[in-house]
Design a protein. Structure first.
Length: 113
């Protein structure tokens, strides 16, 4: 009886963990084509092409895959949620967010020494 009192709340916590927290273990899977089509629809007059957008997203995805382990889990979780909040998640935005977060973390740690 005692064990079930502790297991049920723990199970509920794990099942209800934020998606970003669970997703931070690996580079998330974004729909690059859908994101780029939505981006191009919004930025038509700015000259970005679908091909350019797709290449940029693919390049950022590859960079993220190579560097994923170096980013703090908290930063990954926060950046995944931030870059997905508008419904068009972007690897370019995720990479930028993580680079900024990493730089800020490094500055904070340097300032503490």
């Amino acid at each position: 009886m005692r064990i079930s009192v502790f297991i049920l709340p723990l199970a509920a916590l794990v099942v209800n963990a934020p998606i970003g927290a669970r997703a931070a273990d690996a580079v998330p899977a974004f729909d690059i084509a859908a994101n780029c089509k939505a981006e191009i629809a919004v930025t038509r007059g700015l000259g970005e092409t679908l091909d350019y957008c797709m290449r940029s997203e693919e390049n950022s995805k590859l960079q993220l895959a190579q560097q994923w382990a170096q980013f703090a889990k908290a930063d990954k979780t926060e950046c995944i949620l931030a870059t997905s909040s508008d419904g068009t998640p972007s690897y370019v935005e995720l990479e930028t967010c993580l680079e900024l977060a990493s730089d800020n973390r490094a500055r904070s740690e340097t300032g503490k020494n």
